[in-house]
Design a protein around this ligand. Structure first.
Ligand code: NDP
Ligand code: GDR
Length: 383
């Protein structure tokens, strides 16, 4: 192999949280990055606009292709054209709650979609050239069998999403064993960032806290506050994906921080970032979070009007509409194999992650506040 030639990567799910961080990471390493993007009636490239390159440039190292994980011929054509050294299969219907509403589509995209990628590599005779990373998940563990969860902990998926990902996991193992492919699963625990999808719980919380601070919202409705998650930062986790494809032999790895936290405490931490203390009382559906203290020095420093933070105000309520028919109550990962073999360890702690997300959402909501105040916020195109 010509060692001076830049490596070529193909990322599915490039418009998502991880796709965006990974694309940036690989470009910095000198890769030529190709990405799969779905056609959408509105622009869906917000997260990668900063690295977008004009297609009219004669030389580009960042190239997007229209496609979909449910479309085999499209995937085969792109992979044939791109001849990637590495494929990162990150595309998925990734919302656990939504998978209960769209189980068949989720199985198609997340389960069979993985097969389509692996089989395209096989059909094109690329098994000895192209390495494949599969975005597997801690949701595979589901109903707690043992903690902390490691590569040897039995799976017990608890949602159509997790069941689809279970297929993706095993078909990756099977193609590795059957066709001697370099294919591996990263069993990643929850990872978040300022560009996390807005309907996942952490981002829903940081956006709402920022809006409450600026008087743009008065309450946040959540589901199960007792669920515990092992939350890391996406920036750290995409590095682990890359490391998994740089080894002598393909293996599966758990990527996690080893610290677990209830949703309720994430809420407390997000409010603490703006100098607000929350107390929770009540149980299950009647549980609520009330402001019991505020630090005016922090509020002033952040330029948050004190009158927006009312002592005794209920800011968090439970809405059972956000409960899942079957829930995953406790996730805590043991990433010692990755630490030993890949030399990977997370740089971000949970407090650092919460601060990063809160800083970013406060800035974002200030923009929204400015637009609202200026009368630019709602434009009715149809009047
Ligand atoms: P996101 O939901 O942010 O991104 C998902 C990406 O997949 C988007 O680019 C989306 O496109 C694309 N996509 C969805 N359906 C299809 C389809 N049918 N064909 C092609 N593209 C599609 O997810 P994350 O970045 O957070 O996660 C990346 C991967 O890692 C996912 O597979 C997820 O299941 C898995 N994972 C995530 C974890 C996490 O905590 N973030 C933990 C463990 C695993 P569009 O922008 O058009 O919607
Ligand atoms: P998860 O993430 O299901 O773990 O899947 P999510 O942030 O959606 O939920 C985490 C926990 O919070 C509870 N919860 C709520 N969740 C959402 N979305 N909205 C709420 O209002 C709410 N209230 C409480 C949930 O019940 C759950 O227990 C994520 C996704 O990124 C998957 O793709 C990935 O595989 C796993 O993480 C690891």
């Amino acid at each position: 192999m010509d060692t001076n030639k830049p490596k070529v990567a193909f990322i599915t799910g490039i418009t998502g949280q991880d796709g965006a961080y990974l694309a940036e990471f690989l470009l910095k390493k000198g890769y030529i990055v190709h990405g799969l993007k779905r056609r959408s009636s509105l622009f869906n490239t917000d997260r990668i606009d900063h690295i977008y390159q004009d297609p009219h440039l004669s030389q580009r190292n960042f190239i997007l292709h229209y496609g979909d994980l449910t479309d085999s011929s499209n995937l085969i054509r792109i992979i044939q054209e791109v001849q990637p050294d590495e494929i990162y299969n990150l595309a998925a219907q990734s919302h656990v709650k939504v998978s209960f509403d769209t189980p068949e589509y989720t199985a198609n995209a997340d389960g069979i979609g993985t097969l389509r990628i692996l089989d395209a590599v096989r059909l094109l005779g690329l098994t000895q050239k192209t390495r494949v990373y599969q975005a597997s998940t801690s949701e595979l563990y589901g109903l707690v069998q043992a903690v902390p969860q490691s590569e040897t902990t039995p799976f017990y998926p608890r949602s159509p999403y997790a069941v689809a990902k279970l297929y993706g996991y095993w078909i990756t193992v099977n193609y590795r064993e059957a066709y001697n492919m370099y294919a591996c699963n990263g069993i990643l625990f929850n990872h978040e960032s300022p560009v996390r999808g807005e309907t996942f719980v952490t981002r829903k919380i940081t956006r709402a806290v920022a809006k409450i601070a600026l008087g743009l919202q008065d309450k946040l409705f959540l589901g199960n506050l007792s669920a515990q998650r092992d939350w890391g930062h996406a920036k750290d986790y995409v590095e682990a994906m890359w490391l998994m494809l740089q080894q002598d032999k393909p293996e599966d790895f758990v990527i996690a921080t080893g610290v677990t936290t209830p949703v309720r405490d994430f809420v407390r931490m997000a409010f603490a970032e703006i100098g607000v203390e929350i107390e929770f009382s009540g149980k299950n559906e009647s549980e609520k979070g009330v402001i019991i203290d505020r630090d005016e020095e922090i509020l002033n420093r952040l330029n948050i009007p004190v009158e927006n933070i009312k002592l005794g105000q209920t800011v968090v309520k439970v809405d059972p509409a956000y409960y899942r028919p079957t829930e995953v109550e406790l996730l805590i990962g043991d990433s010692s194999k990755a630490q030993e073999r890949l030399g990977w360890k997370p740089k971000f702690t949970l407090p650092m992650l919460v601060k990063d997300m809160m800083d970013s959402d406060l800035q974002l909501m200030r923009k929204e506040e400015y637009l609202r105040k200026g009368g630019f916020y709602t434009m009715n195109y149809f009047e």
